[in-house]
Ligand binder design. Sequence first.
Ligand code: UD1
Ligand code: CA
Length: 467
Amino acid sequence: MSAVDVVIMAAGKGTRMKSKLPKVLHRLAGRALLGHVVDTAAGLKPRQVVVITGHGAAEVEPALTQMVGDAAAFKLDFARQEPQLGTGHAVQQALPALADDGTVVVLSGDVPLTQLDTLQALIKSSGGDKLALLTLALPDPTGYGRIVRGADDAVQAIVEHKDATEAQRAIGEIYSGIMAVPAKLLRNWLGRVDNKNAQGEYYLTDIVKLAVADGVRVVGHKITDEVQVAGVNSPVQLAELERAYQRRQAHRLMEQGVRLADPARFDLRGTLQCGQDVAIDVNCVFEGTVSLGEGVKIGANCVIANASIAAGAVIHPFTHIDGEKAGVTVGAGALIGPFARLRPGARLGAEVHIGNFVEVKNSTLADGAKANHLAYLGDATVGERVNYGAGSITANYDGANKHRTVIEADVHIGSNCVLVAPITIGAGGTVGGGSTLTKSTAPGALSIGRARQASIPNWSRPKKAAK
Ligand code: UD1
Ligand code: CA
C-alpha cells in the first residue's frame, strides 16, 4: 500500500448556518466538525493532512492547530483558497504540498461522521492505481452529483445536479464528496479540468471523465449508511447529526451493559468509561473524560465533566460536576447531591456525603466526611469523619491571595461558621454554630467566635403611640 495523504476541503462559506462562526468550527458532540474529520483522518495514519481554508481561514487555522496539538503523528498543513472557484480549484491548492507517490484521500470539513473502516475500504478500492469514489443511493438525490455507470458497472462520470439531464436526475446513486486517488493521477487530471458548466466552477468531480478518457478504472464504493456521508449545511442538519451521533454512542454503551433510562435523552461530548451495572437517568450530559465505577448511579439532569467516580457512588439529580483540567474524584460509596456542585480539584474519599447547595473546589475530603447542606469548601483539607455544618464556609480569598483551611479528623463544625484561612482546626475539635474563626484551634477544643448571647428577662416591647 502506498502512503496516504489527506486533503480536507473547508473553504466554503456555510451561508445557511447564518452564523458568524465558520461552519467547520460549529460543534458536534462538543468537538468542532473539522476536528471530527481530522480525528478520523488521523486513523488512516497519513503522512500529512492538508486543509483547504478560505472563508474564516484566520479563525479556522489556529483553532485546528490547537485541536490537533503538537503530539500529532502527521504533518498538518493549510492551503488558502481565495477566491473559491469550486472543489477542483480547492484541491488544486493542495497540490504543491502533495508528493506524487501517495494516495490522496479527499474529505470535506463539514462531513463529520465518516467511519475509519469506510475510508480504509475506499483506499483499498483505489488500490494505488484506480480512482475510488464513495457513493450512496438516496431516496431523494436532489442537489447531489449523480453517479453514471456504464454497462460493466464501471463509473463513467459524475454529473452535478445542475448540469444533469432529466434521465440523469432519475439516478439515485450519488457521490458523497469523498474519494481516494493516486496523487500522480490527481495532479495530472486537475491540470485539465475547466469551468464550462452550469455553475462556472472548477469541479473536482470532472476528473472522473478524464480518468475514463485515460483508461483508468473508476470504482464506485457504495455504502448504505447515510449518516457517514451526511454534510452539515444548516442548524437543522447539525442537530439531526448530533442526535444520530448520540444515539450511536448511547447504543454502544447499552450494549456494554450500561442502563440508560432513555437513550434519546443522553449526551456524551467526550469519552465515558463505565463499570458493570451503571445506571444513568434521563437528561444527563457527560463532557471531556469521565469514568464511572461499578454500580454508580447518576440521577436525572446531571452535568458531569472530567471526573472519576468510584464504585457504588450515587450522584443525585441536578448535580453539576466539572473537573476542568485538575479533575474531580469521587470516592466509593459517596453520596452527592441533589443540587451539588463539585469544581476542579475536588477530591472526595469513600463514603463522603455532599448535600444540596454545597460547593466544593480544590479541596480534599477524607473518607466519611460530610457537608450536607448549603456550604462552601474551597482550598480546604478535610479529615476523616468531619461533619461540616449547614451554611458554613471557608473564607479562602483575602482579595489578593488564596489560603488553605485544614480541618483535622473528627472535627464538628456547627452551622453558619466562617473559617478565615489560613487556619487549622485541630483534630476532634468542635466549632460552635455561628462562629467566625481567624485563629487555629487546638485538638479537642470547643471554639466559639461570636457575640455572647444576652437575654433581658420580662422585656416589654415598645407599643404604638395612641392617636
Ligand atoms: C459536491 C460535489 C457533489 C457531491 C456533493 C456531496 C463537486 C463539484 N460536487 O457538491 O458531486 O454530491 O459535494 O456533498 O465537487 N469547497 C471549497 N472550495 C470551493 C468549493 C467548495 O473548499 O471552492 C468545500 C466546501 O467548503 C465543502 C466542500 O468543498 O466542504 C463541498 O462543497 P459544496 O459546495 O458543498 O459542494 P456541492 O455543491 O455540495
Ligand atoms: Ca454540499
